[in-house]
Ligand binder design. Structure first.
Ligand code: TXA
Ligand code: MG
Length: 346
């Protein structure tokens, strides 16, 4: 498939290129575009046929419900039956930005977009390229992360170009994604707001505005998740080719453990990649891939680090672990999935 590639700088947006890509979306085809979270693979959310092309491009038929992206808060009233007060608060406080809300859908949203559900996920991205594209297309855009199914989500222009060129009709190569993890998904259809997927807008931030906020029980039961899994069974989410392990414990116990494991791997001729904080890099004997210094750095660099480990042809990746507080909750959620919940205690 021919792919129209547009390189666009977020600080100097070329509207001619945006218009060409918006026209592709209007004609029922797929376009990859940057957002502040991860790159999205978009199509007209109101056109079932267009939405089917998203799944084809990702390499897997899927009933997963998609997030519908809008460029103006007002558009939500055309898409959902009712906007409760808590939704208004979230929209006023956090939109445009990295949070998605789930509400009851109107019939205009095809079941193909909502994965057969009566609810729909809506988000207004803050990335200026995404906003300009959606505004210019003048239709709501369904967009999952722009990765091949099961792989880490793309957060850099090079990731989408290398993975997705010729699989979609248009690609906008923009700047690196600022947040680097997918949006927080907040279900507002029940009495108590419930986080279905943690992201950069944290539970703590939401509770300040909304009062009690729950984490979906599926997120709380990590231990059950680990125990329930048959040995060797692998979650295929955010997974690089290498086998990923999270090593938990005191700082220097973790470093010693990873160094020992690296030596063992060296003897077996297995290439090790170590995903770590900048400060710890100097203590490791093996190949390190740094996540930066702060938790925000870790969020924005995590998927890139996993993709880099693949490029380095690592067989095994050891990652340091992080706190579950604040944005750490989203980081650990993605890291655990990419590791298939494999944890080593140092
Ligand atoms: O940051 C993001 O959200 C990115 C960018 C491109 O905006 N998009 C993204 O989409 O991550 P996707 O399709 O990879 O993830 C959508 C998530 C899934 O976990 C899906 O199950 C959930 O949102 N979701 C969507 N609609 C839902 C619904 N009606 N009810 C419950 N969960 C829903
Ligand atoms: Mg995804």
């Amino acid at each position: 498939m021919d792919t129209l590639i547009s390189k666009i700088d977020v600080d100097n947006i070329d509207m001619e290129e945006i218009k060409k890509q918006a026209e592709i979306l209007r004609s029922g085809e797929t376009v990859i575009f940057p957002t502040e979270t991860v790159y999205g693979l978009g199509a007209n959310a109101l056109d079932e046929n267009a939405v089917s092309k998203i799944y084809e491009a990702k390499g897997r038929p899927s009933d997963n419900p998609l997030i519908v992206h809008i460029s103006d808060k007002k558009q939500i009233y055309n898409l959902v039956t009712n906007v409760p007060e808590k939704a208004e608060i979230v929209m006023d406080k956090f939109w445009p930005g990295p949070i998605t809300i789930i509400l009851n859908k109107k019939d205009i949203i095809p079941k193909r977009t909502s994965g057969g559900l009566d609810t729909v996920a809506i988000r207004m991205p803050s990335n200026k390229i995404a906003n300009a594209l959606i505004r210019e297309a003048d239709i709501p855009i369904a967009a999952p992360s722009a990765n091949i199914s099961g792989r880490p989500s793309p957060t850099r222009a090079s990731h989408v170009y290398e993975q997705m060129n010729h699989r979609v009709s248009g690609i906008i190569l923009g700047n690196d994604c600022v947040y680097g993890l997918e949006s927080t998904v907040l279900d507002l259809t029940g009495d108590i707001p419930t986080i279905l997927r943690p992201g950069s807008i944290t539970k703590e931030q939401l509770e300040k505005e909304l009062g009690t906020v729950k984490l979906d029980s599926a997120l709380e039961k990590k231990e059950d998740n680990i125990k329930a899994k048959a040995p060797g069974m692998k979650y295929t989410h955010y997974s690089p080719n290498a086998d990923v392990y999270i090593v938990l414990g005191e700082r220097f116990e973790v470093i010693d453990k990873i160094n020992k494991l690296t030596e063992e791997n060296d003897r077996k001729n297995l290439k090790t990649g170590i995903v770590c904080l900048e400060n710890n890099k100097k203590f490791y004997i093996g190949k390190t891939i740094c996540l930066g210094e702060t938790l925000e750095d870790v969020a924005s660099n995590l998927f890139d680090a996993l993709i880099q480990a693949d490029k380095e042809k690592c067989d095994i990746i050891y990652s340091e672990g992080f706190t579950n507080e604040g944005i750490g909750c989203a980081i650990m959620n993605r890291l655990l999935k990419s590791a298939g919940y494999k944890i080593i205690n140092a």
